[in-house]
Design a protein around this ligand. Structure first.
Ligand code: GDP
Ligand code: MG
Ligand code: ZN
Length: 295
């Protein structure tokens, strides 16, 4: 076999080996990374598009180049994420909208499109939650992994994307993925925090290809948030798409949209055009960002 060059995506990394899948092919190449990357402080990440040289004689491969990333997350360590399924349940566990809104903010900050996934809608109705997030301008789905409601619609939204499933433990991420992926048999069920942490450290990130369409998904045990702590609080309002029509018209150029008289965002809140829970999350996160700055 002659030597050859390939380009593909890293779908898994274990113990210094990377597994690379060229697009449109089912072949997987096992490669190591050039020492140069380590010296340059650059670690190949799951999700990276890489160029590799495959040695014809030995069949062994070497990553020789990493394409520029559109983004990279720290936890899970994955690059080039294009969508985030923000999963929460109507009940068991009950939704914590502040956690949900922080995840959405972090996604918006990383320029990753969120899909709001309201799960376990077989247990109680989801109208109010659906209204909050669809009216804020997000793709929003009422789902049930138990009955399969809307899981086909969710799958269609994942085509051609690299989607991270995020949300607190127990909300049904793995159950939803088992609905979407034909051959997945992900572990589901209530696990104690202790067991989950233990499992967490032993598990690595791995992209799961979608059946019969392009795109990948990644399940992240216990993953609940990623950091926006370096963000300027003034930029926060720009991450709430439903504020956009009102921001520019605010009475003062530096309006924080939290307490000011004449603030058009607060006016819209009073008029019911912006949801109270979303604005509450905005205020809480605004204060958090300010507090982080003042130590
Ligand atoms: N009633 C109901 N239970 C669900 C649904 N989805 C998941 N569950 C249950 O919720 C528990 C946690 O689900 P799991 O998928 O492990 O959540 P994860 O921690 O987010 O991956 C399991 O006992 C599931 O059977 C649903 O749509 N309806
Ligand atoms: Mg799970
Ligand atoms: Zn304002």
């Amino acid at each position: 076999m002659p030597n050859k060059s390939i380009q593909g995506r890293i779908i898994k990394g274990v113990g210094g080996f990377y597994y690379i899948k060229p697009s449109g092919s089912d072949e997987i190449f096992e490669c190591r990374a050039r020492g140069r990357f380590r010296r340059e402080g650059l670690t190949p990440l799951v999700g990276d598009i890489v160029n590799c040289e495959i040695d014809g004689a030995s069949g062994s491969g070497m990553i020789v180049g990493i394409m520029p990333r559109i983004n990279s997350l720290i936890r899970p360590p994955v690059a080039n994420v294009t969508k985030i399924a923000v999963v929460f349940s109507v009940k068991n566990p009950k939704p914590n909208l502040y956690t949900v809104d922080k995840l959405i903010t972090a996604a918006m900050y990383a320029k990753i499109k969120p899909i709001i996934c309201i799960n376990k809608t077989d247990l109680c109705d989801c109208e109010e939650l659906y209204r909050i997030y669809s009216e804020a301008g997000f793709d929003t789905l009422c789902l049930s992994a138990a009955t399969g409601e809307n899981t086909d619609t969710l799958k269609k939204m994942l085509e051609g994307e690299l989607t991270v499933f995020a949300g607190n433990s127990g909300v049904g991420k793995s159950s939803l993925l088992n609905c979407i992926l034909k051959n997945a048999e992900l572990e589901t069920g209530e696990v104690s925090g202790r067991v989950e942490r233990g499992r967490h450290t032993t598990r690595h990130s791995e992209l799961m290809p979608l059946d019969d369409m392009s795109g990948y998904i990644i399940d992240t045990p216990g993953f609940s948030s990623f950091s926006v702590s370096d963000m300027d609080e003034k930029a926060l309002c720009g991450l709430f798409p439903e504020f956009a029509p009102y921001i520019d018209g605010c009475a003062f150029g530096d309006c924080s949209h939290t307490v000011e008289k004449g603030c058009l965002v607060l006016q819209a809140l009073n008029d019911g055009k912006i949801s109270k829970t979303r604005h509450d999350s905005y205020i809480a996160q605004y204060k958090e960002l300010l507090d982080n700055k003042s130590y």
